[in-house]
Design a protein around this ligand. Structure first.
Ligand SMILES: Cc1cc2nc3c(=O)[nH]c(=O)nc-3n(C[C@H](O)[C@H](O)[C@H](O)COP(=O)(O)OP(=O)(O)OC[C@H]3O[C@@H](n4cnc5c(N)ncnc54)[C@H](O)[C@@H]3O)c2cc1C
Length: 324
């Protein structure tokens, strides 16, 4: 129920605009590394100092306007330049809908080509995040097209899709991030049961560790992490062949611990003004996250908490009205 509620909220354009316009942060600052490049670079440097590399997401998605998509491209070009200038250990994560996939496929392809080419000049990797099912195959098509000229790209396989096993075989020679899947997908195409999703993720991870290129295991789930640790040991898989990934602000101690144990670790660092959809999906995955964020904000300013309560109520009402 709560998951559906927050996923619904994440796709609500009106609330997204409101959040951006009024800077209604709902505690998002604990999981978003600032709203500008300077703040993000500071966060990345701090993580790098602990031996953690980063994948940077200049937040944005579901763009429906050409100018917005071009602006997103300019911003990501700036991030690529900032990685080079600051000599930080980082690469890029982006979402095809941010670059205009919902507007026109060829327009999106041109935007992505420019980004991938610039990153390639600097030897920077770009990961194409995977969004909802409607964008899955168009995103694979973009990857296929760009792979003809560039090798600095990779993508994500979402374990909740029935077709993920087939997809991982097709894309095994890419650097892949393996995840459970963050969107609400119908029963006809995706597992709904948590145990089935977990089992499938483990299956995909094992397959790619044994047969694929570099594997990014992106989860906060310590059961899966412990399973992977045992699996790589039993199968003599070298540490250079894989990394663990987690989101910025989540399970910080575990992130540091894994890096200290000598595993490659990469933190997904989102930043920018367009934080709303990202933030709502984190609440959908784990409503307890709301407690953590409320606590953090409460420590800073009591009246912000009152603002959050009133805001959450208002958002809920508006969301219901919009969905009718
Ligand atoms: C780096 C990264 C990139 C991602 N990219 C994508 C993408 O491109 N497309 C996409 O669809 N999804 C993406 N996701 C989201 C992913 O699909 C999942 O929705 C998300 O990671 C939640 O699943 P989980 O595996 O972390 O564990 P969950 O199933 O959420 O949690 C499993 C268990 O882990 C423990 N746990 C989890 N979180 C915490 C916490 N904060 N504190 C303490 N214990 C905790 C709890 O015991 C929990 O029961 C990404 C996730 C990460 C980490």
């Amino acid at each position: 129920m709560l998951k559906d509620f927050f996923i619904g909220m994440s796709q609500n354009k009106l609330l997204n605009n409101m959040a951006q316009k009024y800077g209604f942060k709902l505690g998002a600052q604990s999981v978003v590394a600032g709203t500008n490049i300077e703040e993000m670079i500071e966060s990345v440097k701090e993580l790098n100092a602990h031996g953690i590399s980063c994948t940077i997401d200049n937040l944005g998605e579901f763009v429906s306007d050409n100018e917005e998509a071009l602006e997103a491209k300019r911003q990501i070009l700036n991030v690529i330049e900032a990685i080079k200038e600051n000599d930080i250990d980082a690469h890029i994560s982006l979402k095809p809908t941010q670059l205009g996939l919902d507007i026109d496929y060829d327009f999106c392809l041109d935007n992505l080509r420019e980004l991938v080419a610039r990153a390639n000049d600097y030897n920077i990797f770009i990961n194409f995040d995977m969004e909802d099912y409607g964008h899955l195959h168009p995103s694979f098509n973009l990857i296929d097209e760009l792979s003809k000229d560039y090798s600095n790209i990779g993508t994500v396989i979402q374990a909740y899709f029935f077709e993920s096993e087939e997809n991982i075989q097709t894309y095994k020679d890419y650097r892949l991030r393996l995840v459970k899947g963050a969107y609400k997908e119908p029963e006809a195409i995706a597992y709904q049961d948590k145990r089935e999703i977990d089992q499938n993720l483990i299956k995909l991870v094992e397959y790619h560790l044994l047969n694929g290129k570099y594997t990014s295991i992106a989860t906060h789930d310590h059961h899966i992490i412990n399973h992977v640790k045992r699996f790589v040991k039993d199968n003599n898989i070298p540490k250079e062949k894989f990394e663990f990934q987690m989101l910025y602000g989540f399970r910080k101690n575990l992130q540091l611990e894994l890096a200290k144990e000598g595993y490659n670790f990469c933190t997904y660092v989102p930043f920018g003004h367009d934080w709303y959809g990202y933030f709502m999906r984190r609440l959908a995955e784990r409503p307890q996250n709301l407690n953590l964020m409320v606590k953090q904000v409460f420590n800073k300013k009591t009246n912000t908490l009152i603002g959050i309560g009133a805001g959450a109520f208002l958002l809920g009402r508006l969301s219901k009205r919009k969905n009718k």
